[in-house]
Design a protein around this ligand. Structure first.
Ligand SMILES: *[C@@H]1O[C@H](CO)[C@@H](O)[C@H](O)[C@H]1NC(C)=O
Ligand SMILES: *[C@@H]1O[C@H](CO)[C@@H](O)[C@H](O)[C@H]1NC(C)=O
Ligand SMILES: *[C@@H]1O[C@H](CO)[C@@H](O)[C@H](O)[C@H]1NC(C)=O
Length: 414
């Protein structure tokens, strides 16, 4: 802290003193010597100020509109906290992106913006086009390690090779910069949507233990640590059809699931309910790239509930259900649902245990029409949180992930 001045400031002539608050010296001087010219000078000066302010506003000011949701909305655990913290995040959050690594290999540019792992690509791209991005580490709350597991996978690297690459890269950052060592990686994060990406971080124990892992598959079996890590929503992009919702009359199938079984709960689902007349359960490969895609999407428009049973790998099923207005039924003993510390999932989905598969029809059938309509209407309101855009849009999937990171930012700025 600067010591308090014990003597008054030296006196200046009263005119320049008056003007020193808002006018530079030359203007003040011209004012005293050339009264007429001075008016022109002031006009030019003010006009310049106006232009500057206008430009600065366009370049840097966050949008000033209030967030458009009711403070009493049931969708959020704490709507008022979310609104005010979100607005603070928009103004303050800065993320340093390490510039190292050849973008033509595994760094900075992820593989693609389409398909099941698109969330990874969108995050990288959105961060670079957002106001959160900074090349100034002194302003940063968090440090982003820009290595794309999806791209490594695309280049044919095995899981061991990926783990080595990640280790080499993080160690190079550790030696070159002082930032990692200050917190042993606690203010660093990493983003991966491919299930193999979680394993790829295991070569650096501190990456698992200390750093924030933003991952699509967020089961406990992947060493996911809920209070530290962030569940990245897995979203199959692009959506080929418009969002559904507020269309309950068209939803004539009680519940729908189609896919290849790769878990016990899916085996049971198929074995118990495949031939049921009210439930539409199909245990076969859904080829979303060919014509099967259209048929699959139609089912999502026509069903009230879409079953999302647990599997060993991440799935875009939940996000697709939300987009098409089909209430997701989560059937998993543990799944850290994206944004579940912000959103109250019970207001727009149904959450079951895996053993509920035996009573599935009874449970889903017992949900009243009124309750279903409420879930369906709420689903429409959360759709914007599960969609990626480029450039990113307020409250979309990117901003929700950034908000989760904001909540996990390091308390101390070094
Ligand atoms: C960070 O710590 C590691 C291991 O202790 C050390 O080898 C490295 O030189 C340190 N980095 C910096 C920039 O001091
Ligand atoms: C991740 O590693 C575990 C062993 O640590 C292995 O069983 C599993 O198959 C790996 N997952 C992937 C997707 O490679
Ligand atoms: C219901 O389905 C019909 C026929 O497929 C379609 O034309 C209509 O737009 C749908 N209604 C709503 C509200 O989506």
């Amino acid at each position: 802290m600067a010591p308090r001045r014990s003597h008054p400031l030296p006196r200046e002539n009263s005119l320049s003193q008056e003007n020193s608050l808002c006018l530079p010296n030359f203007v003040a001087k011209s004012l005293s010597f050339y009264p007429k010219l001075s008016i022109v000078a002031i006009a030019i000066f003010l006009f310049t100020l106006f232009l500057l302010a206008h430009n600065v506003h366009h370049l840097h000011a966050p949008p000033q509109e209030q967030l458009t949701f009711s403070p009493t909305s049931v969708l959020y655990h704490s709507p008022e906290t979310f609104r005010s913290e979100y607005e603070r995040m928009e103004k303050e959050l800065k993320v340093f992106v390490y510039p190292d690594g050849d973008p033509d290999t595994y760094f900075h540019t992820p593989r693609k913006l389409i398909g099941r792992y698109a969330s990874e690509g969108y995050f990288f791209k959105n961060l670079a086009e957002s106001r959160f991005f900074t090349r100034d580490p002194h302003r940063a709350h968090l440090f982003f390690i820009p290595i794309s597991c999806h791209k490594m996978r695309g280049k044919g690297l095995t899981y061991e090779q990926m783990a080595n690459k990640v280790q080499e890269y993080v160690e190079s950052l550790m030696f070159k910069y002082p930032y990692w060592n200050r917190t042993l990686g606690a203010d660093h994060f990493f983003v991966t949507c491919h299930d193999i990406g979680v394993n790829a971080t295991k070569g650096v124990p501190y990456l698992v233990k200390n750093s924030i892992r933003v991952v699509c598959s967020s089961y406990y079996d992947n060493e996911y640590i809920p209070h530290k890590d962030v569940a990245l929503p897995q979203v199959q992009m692009p959506f080929f059809h418009p969002a559904g919702g507020n269309d309950v009359k068209n939803r004539t199938t009680l519940a729908f699931w189609a896919g290849l079984s790769d878990s016990i709960v899916k085996d049971e689902l198929a074995a118990l309910w495949e031939n049921d007349a009210q439930l539409d359960i199909q245990n076969n490969r859904v080829d979303r790239r060919a014509t099967g895609h259209v048929g699959y999407m139609k089912k999502l428009y026509k069903s009230k509930f879409c079953l999302c049973p647990h599997g060993p790998v991440g799935s875009s099923r939940i996000a697709s259900s939300i987009h098409y207005g089909c209430v997701p039924v989560i059937m998993s003993n543990y799944y850290d649902l994206p944004f579940n510390d912000i959103l109250d999932w019970r207001t727009f989905s149904v959450i079951l245990k895996e053993t509920d598969v035996y009573q599935l029809k009874g449970i889903v059938g017992a949900i009243s029409e009124k309750h279903f309509m409420m879930l369906n209407q709420n689903l429409v309101k959360v759709q914007r949180h599960f969609v990626w855009n480029t450039p990113p849009v307020r409250l979309d999937a990117f901003h929700m992930v950034m908000y989760e990171l904001w909540l996990r930012r390091h308390a101390i700025r070094y």
